[in-house]
Design a protein around this ligand. Structure first.
Ligand SMILES: [Zn+2]
Length: 372
C-alpha cells in the first residue's frame, strides 16, 4: 500500500489541509476501483467501512490476491470534518459558499469530446483508453480557485479513470440503498447484490452534478456526443452507497459492508475470485424520480410510526408531526406504494422540512431530484 498526501490550496494563511489516499496494487495492472468515504463529513459509517477495508486490503495484498488497483480515500472531506460548532457537527455544506460538498463536480463531456473526436475509431477498447486519458487530462486542466474546488478536483482525479467508483455516504435513519445511472445498472446490479441493497435508485442526470454522475454518466454523454457509429461502452460504473443511517456506526455492520465491497471487487476481477456465488438481489431498481419525499406541513415533534425497510401502501401512516403548542397532530402518509426506506434522524421539524422517503416504482418527479 502506498499513501499519498494531497495538499489543498490554502484559503487562509497557515490553513494547510491534506487529503490522504491509500493505493493498493499497481496502477495500470488490472481493473481499477476507487472508493471514498464520508464526502459528507458528518456521515461517519463510510469512514468505519474504509477502516475495515484498509485492514482487509492490506492482508489480501500481502497474500498476493490483488489483481487490480484499489484507491481508497478513507476520509474524503478534510474541510467538512472541521465543521464543529456549539457541539453540533455539520459537514454537508461548505461554510463559505453554502455549496453541498457532493454537488458541482465538473462535467467533462465537452473537453473530452473535443480532445478525442479526431482520434476515436472502430475499436471500442481503444476508444475507452483514449477517453480515460482525456478525462484525466481534463481533470488536471481544471483551475481550482479555492480549497473546496481543489478538493473536488483532487477527488475527481483519483477516480475519473476507474472502472468502478464507490462513494460511501449514509442517510438519517435508513436501510442500505444506492444511487446509480441506468446505463450501468447491469454492473451496479452486481454491487447491489454484494452489499445487500434494499433500494436501488436510478437517474441519468439527477441535478446538482454529484460526484458519482461526474464519473459515470459522462461516458454516456460522451458516447452520445460522438455518435452511434463510434463504439464506446459506459466504462465507469459509479454508485453512491448509503450505508443505512448516521447512527449505524458499528464494527459488525462495517465489517459486513467491507466484506460486501470485497465481494464486488472479486466479481470485478480486482481481487482473485473465489467459488462463492453472488448473493440474491434484494430489490428491483426503481427510478430516482419515483422516490417521493414527504415534507412537514408545520413545525413540530417528529414521531415515526413505521420502521424503515417496511413495504407500504399509499395512504399508510408513516410519521406524525406534533405541534407542541396547539397540540395539532399531522400524519404523513405514504405518498405511493413502495418501500419506506429512509427518514431524517432529527426529531423536531420546521415547516417544509423533508422528513422521509418512499421508493415507488413509477417516475413522478422531474427537475432536481436530490435533496439539498
Ligand atoms: Zn451524503
Amino acid at each position: 500500500m502506498k499513501t499519498v498526501h494531497h495538499t489543498l490550496i490554502q484559503d487562509t494563511p497557515g490553513d494547510q489541509l491534506q487529503l490522504v489516499s491509500l493505493h493498493f496494487g499497481e496502477p495500470g495492472r488490472g481493473p481499477k476501483v476507487a472508493i471514498q468515504a464520508s464526502l459528507h463529513a458528518d456521515e461517519v459509517p463510510g469512514m468505519l467501512v474504509a477502516h475495515h477495508l484498509r485492514q482487509r486490503l492490506l492482508d489480501l495484498e500481502a497474500q498476493g490476491h490483488l489483481l487490480g488497483e484499489v484507491v481508497l480515500v478513507p476520509m474524503a472531506n478534510p474541510l467538512g470534518l472541521r465543521q464543529w460548532g456549539l457541539r453540533g457537527f455539520q459537514g454537508r455544506f461548505d461554510m463559505n459558499s453554502g455549496e453541498n460538498f457532493n454537488r458541482r463536480y465538473a462535467d467533462l463531456c465537452a473537453p473530452v469530446v473535443a480532445a478525442v473526436r479526431d482520434k476515436v475509431g472502430p475499436d471500442a477498447q481503444a476508444n475507452v483508453a483514449l477517453v480515460r486519458q482525456a478525462l484525466q487530462e481534463a481533470v488536471q486542466a481544471l483551475q481550482p480557485a479555492n480549497a473546496l474546488e481543489h478538493l473536488r478536483q483532487t477527488l475527481l482525479g483519483l477516480a475519473i479513470d476507474a472502472d468502478a467508483v464507490l462513494d460511501l455516504h449514509c442517510d438519517g435513519v435508513a436501510v442500505m440503498h444506492l444511487y446509480t445511472t441506468p446505463a450501468t445498472w447491469p454492473q451496479a446490479e452486481v454491487l447491489a447484490r454484494c452489499i445487500g441493497a434494499r433500494v436501488a435508485l436510478l437517474a441519468e442526470h439527477s441535478g446538482g452534478e454529484p460526484f458519482d454522475e461526474a464519473c459515470s454518466q459522462v461516458w454516456v454523454d460522451i458516447a452520445e456526443a460522438l455518435g452511434a457509429e463510434v463504439p464506446l461502452p459506459p466504462a465507469c460504473m459509479a454508485a453512491t452507497i448509503e450505508l443505512r443511517g448516521e447512527m449505524d456506526v458499528r464494527h459488525e455492520l462495517a465489517r459486513e459492508d467491507a466484506e460486501g465491497i470485497l465481494r464486488f471487487l472479486r466479481a470485478r476481477g480486482v481481487l482473485q475470485a473465489d467459488d462463492k456465488p453472488l448473493p440474491a438481489l434484494l430489490c428491483e431498481p426503481t427510478p430516482l424520480a419515483g422516490s417521493i419525499p414527504m415534507a412537514a406541513p408545520h413545525g413540530g415533534m417528529v414521531v415515526a410510526r413505521c420502521e424503515v425497510g417496511s413495504p407500504v401502501k399509499q395512504g399508510e401512516p408513516l410519521i406524525d408531526v406534533i405541534d407542541p403548542l396547539s397540540g395539532q397532530v399531522s400524519t404523513l402518509c405514504a405518498p405511493v406504494d413502495g418501500l419506506f426506506f429512509a427518514h431524517d434522524c432529527k426529531r423536531f421539524a420546521y415547516k417544509g422540512m423533508a422528513l422521509g422517503k418512499v421508493a415507488g416504482r413509477e417516475a413522478q418527479r422531474s427537475g432536481a431530484l436530490l435533496s439539498v
